[in-house]
Design a protein around this ligand. Sequence first.
Ligand SMILES: [Zn+2]
Length: 226
Amino acid sequence: MDTFQHSTPNKSTKGRASQDITLAVIHYTGSENEQSAIDWFESSEGKVSAHYVIARNGDIHQFETIYAKLWHAGDSVWRGKKWCNGCSIGYELCGTFDSGFTEEQYDSLCTLLIRDVEATRIDSIVGHEHIAPGRKIDPGPNFDWDRVRDWFTDNKQVIFIEGKPFTSKPEEVIEPKEIFIDDSGIFTKEIPAEINSGIDPQEEKQEKREEGFVGRLILWLLELLK
Ligand SMILES: [Zn+2]
């Protein structure tokens, strides 16, 4: 297993601190070939990215540090919090709905998860399908969540796996009714489906405002220097 560093233009201008990171989101890329995902994340065209792409042989392609806000979750909600890009790390497994995933991929993924959980406040490991139900289906039924559970059996920090409460004793599992709560506090699974992966509209507005301010300040300073 090798690790390769890349970068992506598809990220929010502001980063975040480790205590802001509370969620790990697992995806599949839709292709078994890692190069197509790498090219797509390196291009500004699709406006999507993730922290890691994990190839079929277990190689890890990392795009930015975990402190960058990358664009993999899109319109999403987890435990009442909308737009999960800001609080999450994205793990993309090369594969499709039908392909299943390799031993090497599970090993690399779980190694990264363990490391990232230790470095942050991640308390939930979910699939894209759990935070954008009805809109997203990855990583799908061929992803083996028990592999992840096995790696976290004795971990006290991770309390949700596979979008439901995690415990090593299955009889203690309770129904996760509080998971999908909209702004009005109503339990819902309805999530608007129009946006694929992208930017929190509130954050985008804020960034535009700040850019505008900096631009005006520079023009004003240039005026003074004339
Ligand atoms: Zn996804």
